[in-house]
Ligand binder design. Structure first.
Ligand SMILES: [Fe+2]
Length: 322
């Protein structure tokens, strides 16, 4: 299981994180987006930890914070699966399996002889399927424009005026049964993401966790925030449960999250992506520059934006600048 390799999430392309299917990566232009657009390393060390904490505190003290917490707090949204067939269809095409097989994808891989490989967490996209990639890009963009943006704008009308910035392509996670949890507990802020970013998490097949079993993502403070401060020691750990048709919204930028070894008999496949309200977005946020001063996250790279078109009454994704 490979989860939260954010170094790979920061490109404009889709990355699959799975130690079963290193051959199954989708990558937009045959390049590693992380190399082009993103900072590869997680920020670590006490000094950095304090730095991240300062940035989060600064956001919390801003005049926008209260309003932001209303649209970033945990919410479980639902949609009609039949309205978005391409989300699962594209992944089935890429993984060369049926959508109904997602939950036991590990068995299919085993029967194909694709055993889990050590240290194959990150993939390069050499065997990506461009048709699947395009299908996913189209459906995901439609999903953001027709579902996510209207949802957020209904709770914050400033988004209607300023637009919504969103991750250009979602990250795909394939988490088969495994004795190890790959990836570490973190906040997205630890990877230089800007403070007003909201996470969306979309299971493509059953994802579940309880006291004894889990194949899913856990978020510390999921249900407490923002009623309990980020640095409270009373935050409880909660699993993201659900199946295709459910979307979890949460503040992954400031809340720690992690996976545990998938000790179930079910592979979990999910998509996740991040958005920032237009009026809170900074295209050259200082905290997102790497050690060389290069900006990691920007429009035309990691991000894209959509705007509400008053004439048609629809949200429209803007063309990428690069
Ligand atoms: Fe994360």
């Amino acid at each position: 299981m490979t989860e939260f390799l954010h170094s790979d999430e920061q490109g404009a392309a889709l990355q699959i994180h799975c130690h079963l299917c290193a051959q199954s990566n989708l990558d937009g232009g045959g390049h590693s987006g992380s190399r082009v657009f993103g900072e590869k390393k997680k920020l670590t060390g006490r000094k950095i930890e304090k730095h991240v904490h300062r940035l989060l505190l600064k956001a919390q003290q801003s005049k926008h914070w209260d309003k932001f917490t209303k649209i970033a707090r945990h919410s479980v949204l639902t949609f009609t699966p039949a309205d978005w067939p391409g989300l699962r269809g594209a992944i089935a095409l890429q993984l060369s399996c049926r959508e109904d097989d997602f939950g036991h994808f590990h068995k299919i891989e085993n029967s194909r002889g694709n055993r889990p490989k050590k240290n194959s967490q990150r993939t390069k996209g050499k065997r990506s399927n461009p048709v699947a990639l395009q299908m996913l890009r189209d459906e995901y963009t439609r999903f953001v424009c027709d579902f996510v943006a209207p949802h957020l704008a209904s709770e914050d009308e400033d988004i209607l005026l300023s637009g919504l910035v969103f991750q250009s392509m979602p990250a795909l996670r394939v988490a088969p049964p495994s004795e190890v949890a790959i990836g570490t507990r973190h906040r997205d802020a630890d990877y230089r993401h800007q403070s007003y970013q909201i996470n969306f998490w979309v299971p493509l097949c059953p994802a579940f966790g309880n006291d004894s079993q889990s194949n899913t993502l856990w978020v510390n403070g999921l249900k407490d925030w923002p009623d309990v401060p980020l640095d409270s020691d009373k935050l409880t750990n909660s699993p993201l449960n659900g199946d295709f048709g459910v979307v979890h919204r949460f503040y992954g930028n400031g809340l720690f999250h992690q996976t545990y070894p998938n000790n179930t008999n079910a592979t979990r496949i999910s998509l996740d992506f991040r958005v920032v309200p237009g009026y809170l977005y900074d295209n050259d946020w200082p905290g997102s520059r790497n050690g060389n001063g290069k900006q990691c996250f920007f429009l035309g790279g990691y991000y894209r934006e959509c705007k509400f078109d008053h004439e048609s009454g629809k949200w429209q994704a803007q063309e990428c600048e690069t």
